[in-house]
Design a protein around this ligand. Structure first.
Ligand code: GUN
Ligand code: ZN
Length: 444
């Protein structure tokens, strides 16, 4: 594993450590579901050259004399959160009133995205966006740019300055939108190729081929997206699917002769490992089965699904078919950067379907499960030795209400659920990237 840490400082972090060792759903039904999580009361995490060197109880793990010790005893230390679907250019349309998906795109989103042909504008939004992500405890994200190549250059430049593990791509869209946000099938292919060569695999950055969704790409453009995946097999594919019923009807009319929405993407060979489909609300059991066979991933975006009124995600079907699911904030359809806020809404979405989202499953989706959905679990997601040390110090008593609620709870498992229901960015006391504590220049 390559280290890209800026300093060689040996660090020891002392806190109560919580991380996942596996998928809680994979535990035998006879075992305690909490077993997928490891909780170490008064633990130590030792970081060398930005990577995890050791993780264990303070009583049995010797802290080297040369280590800089960060004493966060009483606080919680968890892996950085993973946001598996978000649009950085939509920061300035977050919380826009009164529309559902297709009108929301026309009225708010396309005009905001049109401004990203200006690289200076893109840079200043990327700076704010990344600082806000980190302040909320999100250390890795799969990110939409806009149709403009400059938007991706600006994003990756800022992410690389912060040494972040990020995935981004230029949106491909050549129809059904204003000319200011359109490319052509050929220009999208060429720009994407240039960006892949410039950014994919550089530092901690990876590229995602990013057709917006089937309605805004011609058949020729989706075919070229498939060709890009063949030419660059280890890049990601990132798009939207089956978010809204009007969108699904539109796809059926634009792409007649295909069995369903997924079949359109299958036809152009876009459905495979390292393909991430955001939303996936309106899918048949047959489509879930085909997705499982293809081993692609799903980004579940709870705040967005409620905010723009898209529908209730069927987590049970995804789990039944063993499909990798991560959480996505989907800023600006979503109204919160906070993965904790997204877990809160995810819990309620399952409640409305008489399904229980267990705290360990939610924590898994936010960390190791999100990393698995992005095929990055060999790098991030928990504190296995050798993983990149992106992590958070969480204060479970950050607000008076949380303090009152958690004081009455004498076990970490109950406190974790309270944190998920009542917590937000106020609970993220510090974010560390590759073992280094960071500050937020454009916010603080
Ligand atoms: N479908 C196509 N484009 C978008 C977008 O920008 N946001 C969301 N939530 N769904 C989309
Ligand atoms: Zn989206």
């Amino acid at each position: 594993m390559n280290s890209t840490s800026k300093t060689d400082t040996l660090r020891a972090i002392r806190a109560n450590i919580l991380h996942c060792q596996g998928d809680p759903d994979d535990q035998p039904s006879t075992s305690n579901p909490k077993q997928a999580l490891e909780y170490i009361e008064d633990g130590v995490l030792i970081i060398e050259k930005g990577l995890v060197q050791a993780c264990g109880p303070s009583t049995s793990l010797a802290i080297p004399d040369s280590a800089v010790v960060h004493d966060f005893r009483g606080k919680l230390l968890v892996p950085g959160f993973v946001d598996t679907h978000v649009h950085y250019p939509q920061v300035d349309v977050i919380a826009a009133y009164g529309t559902q998906l297709l009108d929301w795109l026309e009225r708010y989103t396309f005009p905001a995205e049109a401004q990203f042909n200006d690289e200076q504008h893109a840079t200043s939004v990327a700076q704010f966006f990344l600082d806000e992500l980190l302040k909320n405890g999100t250390t890795t994200a799969l990110v939409f740019g806009t149709v403009h190549a400059a938007s991706v250059d600006a994003f990756f430049t800022e992410a690389s300055k912060r040494d972040l593990r990020m995935i981004c791509g230029k949106v491909m869209m050549d129809r059904n939108a204003p000319p200011t946000v359109l490319d052509t099938a050929q220009s999208a292919y060429e720009d994407t190729k240039t960006l892949i060569n410039r950014w994919h695999g550089k530092q901690r950055l990876d590229y995602a081929v990013t057709p917006r969704f089937a309605p805004t790409s011609s058949e020729a453009q989706l075919a070229l997206a498939g060709q890009l995946l063949k030419e660059h097999p280890d890049v990601y594919l990132h798009t939207h699917m089956a978010e809204n019923t009007d969108e699904c009807d539109w796809v059926a009319s634009l792409y007649p002769g295909h069995q369903d929405y997924l079949a359109v993407y299958e036809h152009f060979e876009l459905v495979r490992k390292r393909s991430v489909f955001a939303h996936c609300i309106h899918l048949s059991d047959n489509a879930w089965k085909r997705m499982a066979t293809a081993d692609c991933s799903v980004a579940h975006c709870p705040c967005s699904n409620l905010f723009i009124g898209s529908g209730l995600f069927d987590l049970r079907s995804a789990q039944k078919h063993k499909i990798r699911v991560g959480l996505g904030s989907d800023i600006g359809g979503g109204d919160s950067f906070s993965i904790l806020r997204n877990i809160n809404e995810a819990y309620k979405i399952q409640q409305l379907q008489r399904h229980k989202l267990a705290p360990e499953q939610a924590f898994y989706m936010a960390t190791l499960g999100g990393a698995r959905a992005l095929d990055l679990d060999d790098r991030i997601g928990n504190f296995d030795i050798g993983k990149e040390a992106d992590f958070l110090i969480v204060d479970e008593t950050a607000t008076p209400l949380l303090k009152r609620r958690t004081q009455a709870q004498d076990n970490w498992y109950d406190r974790l659920f309270s944190l998920m229901m009542l917590g937000d960015d106020r609970c993220i006391e510090r974010t560390f990237i590759m073992g280094e504590p960071i500050v937020y220049p454009s916010i603080e």
